[in-house]
Design a protein around this ligand. Structure first.
Ligand SMILES: Nc1nc2c(ncn2[C@@H]2O[C@H](COP(=O)(O)OP(=O)(O)O)[C@@H](O)[C@H]2O)c(=O)[nH]1
Ligand SMILES: [Mg+2]
Length: 441
């Protein structure tokens, strides 16, 4: 087993803005408000994909951004929602929010989705703010910004395919010939053997190949397969037996094949029953022709036979194709669960309660998810929109909380990007946009 790790940045879409519009009717100078709502920004989700074996694809792409919601339109037309961005991950992937260190969840099933960044709400159009006392609202909301989250992904990986064969059969050469990438982190705890791993990617499918050292020199004399080697191999779903089919150094390929097969049956009947393919290597050498028919015959009980040259890269694609097909017919890869699993999906910012804190500069900050969102979506340039926001804060009954924690009249209180001053009556009075850092005022 090795641990594969990756990082990526995901950003959900912003909500579209609501618009200010009024109906135009014949003979009516100004009709009722008809500005539509903005669409929701797209979510970002991780999706369990059983065809993936590793996180290797994240080496090529590290940033993912979902589409924004569309702005609303006239005649109460609602803007289109941003599409959900689906990021395929292998089963068993554990996602962690890097900022908080919180484990978001683990994707364990095919098709299972894990919401990692929620799309922003669409802003409401002016039609939604109409009431008996405010018949022609001239303001609308901005869309809620999307969330940006830096994710750490982690996956425990088992090799799908194990290579075995005599020393110098060409296993290392074969591994290098078929691999698309080498996993960066290869950690085999409690093991003295360091398998070589390679990831093979074809279309959307992946498999992991392992070349496990373990056939000591002298394997030809039957000194053979160590227990640790066999334990590694037993976790592979499919095996490839590589033979030097040119009989280099005066060896007899059929005999080499027979020695290893007999060892396998003797040491582990369970492993001997594992589906495997005989790869008759070194087909570029003339001597190969003479040995191939007998090898093909010796392999008749196996799942397949392929002649190839690992060094020349001939026949290796045929082997890859056979392996992918063979794997497809095996029981599915079972996810290896991570250690710190939580099955609760937590998206940052959700479910927080209302609170008032004193910030480093002595100014109070009111934290309230609903009010913060309203303030974030308020149109900065519109006095009517601010009146609406003020009214919402008053309605929320937050003034008693402010009094309780000791906020005095005249004190400034922050809410989102805004600052208001508490009036003499203990109610929020004046609004002011919080100056951006670096700006004067
Ligand atoms: N001619 C030829 N030589 C090969 C081929 N594959 C591997 N070799 C050579 O065989 C030797 C042993 O290969 P290696 O991959 O290290 O074998 P391993 O011990 O099974 O990992 C090296 O000198 C390779 O260059 C091949 O397809 N054709
Ligand atoms: Mg080798």
């Amino acid at each position: 087993m090795f641990i594969d790790q990756a990082q990526c940045l995901v950003r959900s879409g912003d909500g579209g803005r609501g618009v200010v519009a009024f109906r135009r009717e014949k003979y009516v100078p100004m009709g009722g408000p008809s500005g539509g709502d903005g669409g929701r920004g797209g979510d970002v989700v991780l999706v369990g994909d059983p065809e993936l074996a590793t996180l290797i694809s994240f080496q090529h792409r590290r940033e993912f951004r979902a589409l924004d919601g569309e702005a609303g339109g006239n005649s109460n037309r609602r803007g289109r929602d941003g599409e959900t961005l689906r990021i395929p991950v292998p089963l068993g992937t554990v996602a962690t929010d890097r900022e908080s260190g919180q484990v978001l969840a683990e994707v364990l099933e095919a098709g299972q989705t894990l919401l990692v960044a929620r799309g922003g709400q669409g802003g409401r159009g002016n039609a939604r703010f109409a009431s008996s006392v405010r018949q022609s609202p001239r303001f609308a909301e901005r869309g809620e910004p999307g969330q940006q989250i830096s994710l750490a992904l982690e996956l425990r990986v088992l090799a799908d395919v194990g290579l075995l064969g005599m020393p110098n059969a060409g296993k290392s050469t074969l591994l290098a010939a078929v691999s698309a990438a080498r996993p960066r982190i290869a950690a085999y705890p409690f093991s003295t053997l360091e398998p070589q791993l390679a990831v093979v990617r074809r279309d959307s499918r992946e498999m992991v190949l392992a070349d496990i050292p373990g056939l000591v020199e002298g394997a030809h004399e039957g000194r053979g397969l160590g227990n640790e080697f066999l334990r590694h191999l037993s976790r592979c779903r499919v095996l490839v037996h590589v033979v030097d089919a040119a009989g280099s150094e005066g060896r007899d390929p059929v005999e080499d094949f027979g020695i290893i097969e007999a060892e396998l049956r003797y040491k582990s009947p369970e492993l001997a029953a594992r589906p495997r393919i005989l790869a008759a290597n070194k087909a570029d050498l003339p001597a190969w022709e003479g040995h191939a028919p007998a090898l093909r015959d010796a392999a008749r009980d196996l799942a397949g036979f392929v002649g190839l040259s690992a060094a020349a890269g001939q026949g290796t694609e045929e082997l890859v194709r056979m392996l992918l097909e063979l794997l497809e017919r095996q029981p599915p890869r079972l996810p290896l669960p991570g250690e710190q699993t939580e099955d609760v999906v937590v998206v940052r910012g959700g479910g927080r309660r209302r609170s008032v804190v004193r910030e480093a500069d002595g100014v109070w900050r009111l934290q309230d998810p609903t009010l913060e969102r309203l303030s974030l979506m308020a149109d900065l340039d519109n006095a009517e929109a601010l009146d609406y926001l003020l009214a919402a804060v008053l309605r929320s009954g937050v003034d008693s909380l402010l009094r309780r924690v000791g906020v005095a009249p005249g004190d400034a209180v922050r809410l989102g990007e805004w600052t208001f001053t508490l009036g003499e009556d203990g109610k929020p009075a004046e609004w002011e946009a919080e100056p951006l850092p670096g700006e004067d005022g």
